[in-house]
Design a protein around this ligand. Structure first.
Ligand code: SF4
Length: 207
């Protein structure tokens, strides 16, 4: 089993190749690193370079929205898709404005588009957030299909829920990056539950 999370020393990061732990994939699966190198050479190398250029260009200074625009510009992604959640519709309006004012074309689509009832998915009334009333399902499949039809160059996720983002990623033809994830309990800052572990421990320890 891969276990970089428990490595502790991370010698790969420092180039100390004589200190790799015994279960390191660099030892046991070196052929996959060669396979990855071919993929970079044949298809994803320029995106990887652009990503590294953005990382170095604004390291610790540019907010992620700036990094996304720099990455898009370097990669020639002129038409952006913005897949957003109804809960972040005000943020989506501002993000849209920023992208457009920086010269990008933006196609945006909100999660509730279609207004299909959650019952259509097989959910019971008592499984809804607010039982007893119409609750439109989030529809990440159609968000992806609409943006596919728009032929966007890069799709940007803004606040899609856990699982809805998974489905969107599965169906999007364009490459994807994330501006923000949905985390209602932390102001959309999921690492707050890690950094303030003492406060969140009763909410994350499931046993
Ligand atoms: S040294 Fe090996 S096991 Fe440790 S983090 Fe790097 S790749 Fe993972």
């Amino acid at each position: 089993m891969l276990n970089c999370a428990k490595c502790g020393s991370h010698p790969c990061y420092k180039g100390e190749l004589d200190k790799l732990p015994s279960n390191c994939p660099m030892k046991s699966q070196s052929e996959l690193y060669d396979e990855a190198a071919v993929i970079y050479r044949e298809s994803d190398g320029s995106m990887a370079c652009n990503s590294a250029r953005v990382e170095a260009g604004g390291y610790g200074v540019w907010p992620r929205i700036r990094e996304i625009m720099e990455f898009a510009r370097l990669s020639g992604f002129n038409k952006l898709g913005l897949a957003f959640c109804v809960g972040l519709r005000k943020e989506a309006c501002e993000v849209n404005r920023i992208f457009e004012s920086n010269g990008f074309a933006v196609a945006s689509v909100m999660c509730k588009t279609g207004c299909r009832p959650k019952e259509e998915l097989g959910l019971r009334d008592d499984e809804k957030v607010r039982p007893g009333q119409l609750e439109a399902m989030c529809n990440p499949v159609v968000q992806a299909l609409l943006l596919n039809k728009e032929q966007t160059d890069l799709n940007i996720l803004l606040g899609l829920c856990v699982g809805h983002d998974t489905i969107f990623i599965k169906h999007s033809k364009a490459p994807i990056t994330v501006l923000a994830v949905k985390d209602r309990a932390t102001g959309h800052n999921p690492l707050a539950a890690i950094y303030a572990g003492h406060y969140f421990q009763s909410k994350v320890n499931l046993k």
